[in-house]
Design a protein around this ligand. Structure first.
Ligand code: GDP
Length: 128
């Protein structure tokens, strides 16, 4: 029979978090550095700090829907920006464990863990 599984993947997160970049890296193996340098540094670091908190809101919202077939992953993207880090990996990992998601630090720029996170999602999809 047909061994393919169809699933819908939705990427949620702040503007600028790197959702389009992760897809572009996964699908085409490319990375485009957009106007990052034109975005003010203050705004940029504010975005990095706040995006994890807003991701938690998305998790709450989705979990309140209670769909048992949903697989949720948390990507800590831009892992290559070491000096700009606002969230320790351990903090995100602990949060993920407590909330039944899996977590990976990714970089669309260097390709770190990009294939891995998409494959990991695929592995966890329920086979009906
Ligand atoms: P989206 O709004 O979530 O779709 O974010 P984009 O994919 O448009 O990315 C926003 C900006 O962040 C762009 O300038 C990207 O080049 C940059 N970006 C995305 N992913 C990474 C990453 O992993 N590392 C670095 N250094 N920059 C990234």
């Amino acid at each position: 029979g047909n061994k393919n599984i169809n699933a819908k993947l939705v990427l949620l997160g702040d503007v600028g978090a790197g959702k389009s970049s992760l897809v572009l890296r996964f699908v085409k193996g490319q990375f485009i550095e957009f106007q990052e340098s034109t975005i003010g540094a203050a705004f940029f670091s504010q975005t990095l700090a706040a995006s994890f908190e807003r991701a938690k809101k998305w998790v709450q919202e989705l979990q309140s829907q209670g769909n048992p077939n949903m697989v949720m992953a948390l990507a800590g993207n831009k892992a290559d920006l070491l000096e700009a880090r606002k969230v320790e990996a351990e903090e995100a990992q602990t949060y993920a464990q407590e909330n039944g998601l899996f977590f990976m630090e990714t970089s669309a720029k260097t390709a770190t863990n990009v294939n891995d996170i998409f494959y990991e999602i695929a592995k966890r999809l329920p086979r009906v």
